[in-house]
Write a protein that binds this ligand. Structure first.
Ligand SMILES: Nc1nc2c(c(=O)[nH]1)N[C@H]1C(S)=C(S)[C@@H](COP(=O)(O)OP(=O)(O)OC[C@H]3O[C@@H](n4cnc5c(=O)[nH]c(N)nc54)[C@H](O)[C@@H]3O)O[C@H]1N2
Ligand SMILES: Nc1nc2c(c(=O)[nH]1)N[C@H]1C(S)=C(S)[C@@H](COP(=O)(O)OP(=O)(O)OC[C@H]3O[C@@H](n4cnc5c(=O)[nH]c(N)nc54)[C@H](O)[C@@H]3O)O[C@H]1N2
Ligand code: SF4
Ligand SMILES: [Mo]
Length: 893
């Protein structure tokens, strides 16, 4: 947050570097302040939003503004590892290349696979795809974008003939009506959300409709919230199409001039959803609300439908995407300022991966295997000796093939599938059986890396250097300005060195990222006279210098659009053979598995301050302040029905897989449905991995999993004792339930178990053999125990346990005492459970950016603050990223 003040004479240099945030698909520009101190590696000491970057115009969310605080991780991987032992690069790559070569010789190229990530740079992605599809000779290369964007990709291709997002971020501000569908932008795309909220303040005529089964933080700016039945969106948009036709709100001249297939799409929609009453029934929402939302869409000229994983992650995600696009085509609400269907990407470079053809059913630069001339063009361009000829296996099928032994070697880069694929337990078992697993990561002990034979250290944000493309087709440079730590190398270099080991060195002898970028740009230009949307032909001769100083630019970037392109389809020309867009007739359907009476529907997604499997965000105590434990959001009536207690633990189960979470009562859930965060994994909790439960149903066209809908069982966890453990050491506590929270000086574990240990002291001291100096209190009935352990007077461990819930209550003030020298008074204070003199208890942290706690805020309210603004003035809370403002407001209620 603020830079540590350094003794000025130690500082050799301080510079500002313009780069891009490594988290979400908003793609914010970041000015990083780098400081070089004598005899120490340079480091980022502060970050700020770039004023000039079109994505954020100076703003950053709390994840972005904490980038410098997540720089160093004790788990940073600094050396290649083979079978768990450090080795040199040549040994790691030679051994891995030998394995690949052997397996290919014996079983053919389809017996190997790559599994990549939207967190790679475009240049990394391009060479990986080229190596696999052109030289190794298989399309078994897929990416975590399969879990994320695959449905939108297919919907775009079906409607537009190309995977092209029509709009840009300004459209979100210029629109008069924003439908936010299946997106919790307040948490997942915070800076866009702030831009929207501000636009709405400035232009009160702008209206927002949020469509989400949950009442999320995004609903704070909604005029209408439609908490629809999970998975029923296509009924809603089919109904809208029929409504527009019934009420003469079509743009018939646009339909006639620029589209195909309207009549069949309308016929099907009208048959399935003839009137608003049917829609209300199918979607389980009030008819009046359906009516109001439809009316708004029909009346407003400028409408954006902003959609994300509530649409994509579904067994009919592609159809839902097309049901949305149909409504925009039917009203000509596309290609105009403030009007478009707008699929929003998740990862920093999810779009870049789509450009280079990172998915198993794509070729590079927006080409595909369905056109023989595309295959030939790419083959010739690459001078490829072993050009793949057809689609490879999509993510879920790829891991199934690993399980079945059909794929015998896999290289996983920049993704953590042991946590994030459906049926994650099965994925872990598949990897355990696989002959050769390679993982490239910047972190060494992820749940996936633990299962790898070879683990390769990669550079990451601030070290790696190359381009990313965000949700609005905007290409920007993520800058490498710090040296690679230890032996870490750039992903593209590792891939090229591996290619050389396989004998393809001369085709992968790039010396600079810009070499790769130029090649990719040249390929995008080949035979591309409006044949493919992705075209950056004007950049194929970019100099290294211009590349280094690349200003954010939206593709296409061509001779006629040298400054890039804000909006696509403004001329009514699409990328289909006849340049007309396609309506797709949609047969709306619900999720594959319905919940039975004794089950609840599991919905999963994101929390505000965590990024996926927490490999970076889980290391900053500040980012764990908002939500620090796996939880289950449940409607209060369901809490009663399932005999649960708010604040207690409950267990969700699917077959033998279990998820432990803290019960949170909330009316924002519909009855019969629960929500859990996707982030926790075995590094952070013993058994709270959402994807252990998620069913492996996928969309038949896109292969994207139905992450948002799995029927599961729900029951209370009967605990004999509960408590917490503070420790300077990272351990795996011996308890049926634990969840870990990173502190500045160590870790805090929440604990619970179904059986009580016979001897509390033995339980704790057995896990800390180096600690011999213990103080403790215990009652004679053995209901309550508290102990602190020291080494040389420094507090190393605190353990507090009780058979009831209140006695082991946490003491937040203790967090800051860990790893410090403790005087005798504080020893007693710990045992007594009260703050020692001079230690303040600020309560739960509400504002992560400025670390302002609930107790402090309550004090300020008692002292006369009357609203969020005045709190901001007094305590600064809510004045940076703004995401805690709803919670600040709630404290006044
Ligand atoms: N803080 C944070 N931000 C992130 C990420 C992160 O890990 N952390 N990850 C990034 C990535 S990769 C992605 S893909 C994006 C995802 O961004 P979002 O898609 O906005 O995030 P999710 O929380 O996965 O899901 C969005 C919403 O879909 C709703 N939903 C569930 N079922 C349905 C349904 O049937 N219909 C409708 N209409 N809605 C439904 C859920 O209740 C949820 O509120 O976030 C990006 N941003
Ligand atoms: N239940 C449920 N599951 C989901 C989802 C959901 O909504 N619900 N969402 C899905 C979606 S949309 C997504 S995108 C996925 C995301 O899931 P993953 O991609 O599996 O999750 P991450 O934690 O982002 O994993 C990225 C890994 O790459 C490493 N890394 C970071 N930078 C670099 C780099 O430059 N090079 C290398 N080699 N490694 C690097 C990180 O340390 C981390 O281990 O999860 C999917 N799974
Ligand atoms: S909104 Fe996304 S890209 Fe922008 S700072 Fe936050 S995490 Fe980074
Ligand atoms: Mo994603």
């Amino acid at each position: 947050m603020s830079n540590p003040v350094m003794a000025a004479d130690n500082i050799i240099a301080r510079e500002k570097v313009a780069t891009t945030c490594c988290y979400c698909g908003v793609g914010c520009g970041v000015d990083a302040e780098v400081e070089q101190v004598a005899n120490e590696p340079s480091k980022v000491v502060a970050v700020a939003g770039s004023q000039s970057h079109p994505a954020n115009l100076g703003r950053l969310c709390v994840k972005g503004s904490s980038l410098h605080e997540t720089q160093s991780s004790p788990d940073r991987l600094l050396q290649p590892m083979l079978y768990g032992n450090p080795v040199d690069w040549d040994t790691a790559l030679d051994t891995s290349a030998d394995k690949f070569r052997q397996i290919i010789a014996e079983h053919g190229p389809d017996a190997v696979a790559f599994y990549l990530s939207g967190q790679l740079l475009t240049e990394d992605y391009y060479v990986a795809n080229k190596l696999m599809k052109g030289f190794i000779g298989t399309s078994n290369i897929d990416t975590n974008s399969r879990l994320c964007m695959a449905s939108a990709v297919v919907a775009h291709k079906r409607a537009f003939g190309s995977d092209a997002v029509p709009a840009c971020y300004e459209d979100l501000e210029q629109t008069d009506l924003l439908f936010i569908v299946g997106s919790n932008a307040a948490y997942a795309h915070p800076v866009l959300f702030q831009r929207i909220a501000k636009a709405r303040e400035e232009r009160p005529e702008m209206q927002v409709v949020v469509i989400d089964p949950r009442r999320t933080a995004t609903c704070d700016i909604a005029d209408i919230h439609l908490p629809l039945r999970p998975g029923s969106d296509a009924f809603f948009f089919n109904g809208l199409l029929a409504y527009l036709a019934r009420n003469n709100k079509l743009d018939q001249s646009f339909i006639d001039a620029h589209t195909n297939g309207f009549d069949t799409a309308l016929a099907q929609a009208s048959e399935q959803c003839p009137d608003t009453a049917d829609v209300a029934k199918a979607c389980d929402i009030p008819e009046a609300d359906v009516e109001s939302a439809y009316k708004l869409f029909a009346q407003q000229e400028k409408v954006i439908t902003f959609f994300s994983q509530g649409i994509n992650q579904s067994s009919s995600g592609v159809d839902k995407g097309n049901a949305i696009i149909n409504c925009h085509l039917a009203t000509g609400k596309i290609g105009k300022p403030g009007s478009a269907p707008f699929s929003i990407t998740g990862q920093p470079n999810a779009m870049g991966g789509r450009e280079v053809g990172g998915l198993a059913n794509q070729l590079a630069a927006h080409m595909g295997f369905d056109k023989p001339e595309d295959i030939e063009r790419v083959k010739t361009f690459w001078d490829a000796p072993n050009m793949a000829q057809s689609n490879g296996l999509k993510a879920v099928d790829m891991f199934r093939a690993i399980e079945e032994g059909k794929i015998k070697a896999v290289w996983i880069m920049a993704t953590n599938p042991a946590v994030t694929l459906p049926e994650a337990g099965r994925v872990r078992r598949a990897l355990e059986q696989c002959d050769w697993v390679m993982v490239s990561d910047c972190i060494g002990n992820t749940d996936t890396a633990k299962l790898a034979h070879a683990v390769l250290p990669a550079t990451t944000w601030s070290e790696k250097h190359g381009t990313v493309t965000n949700s609005e087709r905007c290409i920007s440079l993520q800058k490498g300005f710090l040296p690679a730590p230890g032996e870490a190398r750039h992903d593209w270099q590792i891939i090229c060195q591996f290619a050389a080991k396989l004998g393809f060195g001369k085709d992968f002898d790039y010396t600079h990222q810009a070499d790769i970028f130029r090649e990719h740009a040249a390929l995008s230009a080949l035979d591309n006279d409006h044949a493919r949307a992705f075209n950056i032909s004007a950049m194929q001769d970019i100099t290294n210098n211009d590349y280094e100083n690349l200003k954010p630019i939206r593709w296409p970037v061509t001779a006629t659009a040298g400054e890039g392109t804000d909006r696509l389809f403004s001329d009514g020309r699409f990328y289909t053979p006849d340049q007309r867009a396609n309506f797709v007739a949609i047969d709306a359907r619900l999720p594959v598995h319905a919940a039975s009476l004794d089950q609840v529907v599991l919905n999963t997604g994101r929390v505000r301050d965590q990024w996926h499997t927490m490999s970076r965000t889980g290391t900053a105590s500040k980012l764990l302040a908002h939500v620090d434990e796996p939880y289950i959001d449940i409607h209060p009536k369901d809490i009663e029905q399932f005999h649960l207690i708010p604040g207690d633990l409950a267990v969700l189960a699917n077959g033998s897989a279990k998820y432990f979470g803290r019960v949170q009562a909330t009316e924002s859930q519909r009855r019969g449905e629960v929500f859990v965060p996707m982030h926790w994994n075995n590094k952070y909790a013993v058994s709270s991995c959402a994807d252990d439960l998620v069913n492996p149903e996928v969309d038949p066209l896109s292969g994207q999993p139905e992450f948002k809908h799995t029927p599961v069982r729900l029951k209370p966890f009967r605990q004999a004792w509960n408590g917490f453990l503070l420790s300077t050491e990272d351990i795996q506590p011996k308890a049926e339930y634990w969840a870990k929270i990173t502190l500045d000086q160590g870790y805090k574990f929440r604990l619970a178990d179904g059986t009580k240990p016979d001897d509390w002291l033995a339980w704790v001291s057995g896990q800390f053999p180096d600690v011999s100096d213990w103080v403790r209190v215990q009652d004679s009935n053995d209901q309550f125990f508290r102990a602190a352990g020291f080494i040389d007077g420094v507090l190393k461990v605190v353990f507090s346990a009780a058979t009831d819930k209140t006695s082991a209550r946490e003491m937040r003030w203790l967090d800051s005492q860990l790893n410090t020298k403790i005087d005798a008074n504080t020893r007693f204070a710990i045992l007594a459970g009260v703050p020692g003199a001079g230690v303040e208890d600020v309560g739960n942290i509400i504002c992560s950016c400025f670390q302002v706690g609930e107790n402090t805020i309550k004090k300020a309210i008692a002292g006369g603050c009357t609203d969020a603004e005045s709190l901001g003035e007094k305590l600064k809370c809510g004045t940076n990223c703004g995401s805690c403002i709803p919670e600040l407001k709630a404290l006044f209620k």
